[in-house]
Design a protein around this ligand. Sequence first.
Ligand SMILES: Nc1ncnc2c1ncn2[C@@H]1O[C@H](COP(=O)(O)OP(=O)(O)O)[C@@H](O)[C@H]1O
Ligand SMILES: [Mg+2]
Length: 257
Amino acid sequence: MVAHLEFVHVTKHFGAVDVVATPFDLAIDDKQFVVFLGPSGCGKTTLMRMVGGLDTPSTGEIRLRGKAVGGPDRRRGMVFQSYSSFPWLTVEQNVSFGMRYRDDLSEEEKLARRDHYLDLVGLQEFSNAYPNQVSGGMRQRIAIARTLACGSDVLLMDEPFGALDALRREQLQTELRRIQRRDAKTVVFVTHDVEEAVFLADRVVVFSPRPARIMADIDVRARLGEERTLEMRDGADFFALRNEVLHLVRTYAGSAA
Ligand SMILES: Nc1ncnc2c1ncn2[C@@H]1O[C@H](COP(=O)(O)OP(=O)(O)O)[C@@H](O)[C@H]1O
Ligand SMILES: [Mg+2]
């Protein structure tokens, strides 16, 4: 079986700075929710940018369904740390922008999807505002809604929930996991939050400090199953696994994580 997304002997350096020094190999299955967990500055964003076709490996290659990644591709949706939104488009236009290639959807379906995701991220009443008229956290939610609305089969999310308050964050985590199961998406999600990683993931990959190396690869799904709910978050299994992963992070990734 061809992996959905595959890193094949990838290395990356910027001048003399090695971000990924040892060849990096990782195969991500179709519909797998993988979380990259690692200390700040270890190279997570660089890896994600390469998956997104925004940067290229120094050696090796990244393959999407067996084909080397070239430039950006609409089948991959990304939410970056910068949570970029288009300042000249309103909030709702920003969300619709994510669906511009969806020829399979009627105008009504696009509007319904737009409203669904605006509602999900709590921005319905700001539909007609411009990004510079809303808070940073709201701009982040615009980018999340746009990415989810576009419905690409690979979601690349780089610390997307960082600036959100705890409740909104928990709500979006639960919803993201639900969407991923329902729409059968492959997700690569970056965070330095252990609890978020364990709650969301089928699989957590723990990184070393720069240059990024894989220190642990944890099969969360085997331990917690597929369904994730707020109730299980208070349960003993979740707590035990969270502690194990926290311990791994302390051991391998240093206190920065
Ligand atoms: N364009 C670039 N030029 C030079 N160094 C870079 C560039 N992008 C990232 N780096 C360096 O690569 C390292 C990893 O960065 P990054 O991938 O952003 O880490 P993370 O997302 O894990 O915090 C950092 O030391 C950063 O300074
Ligand atoms: Mg980063």
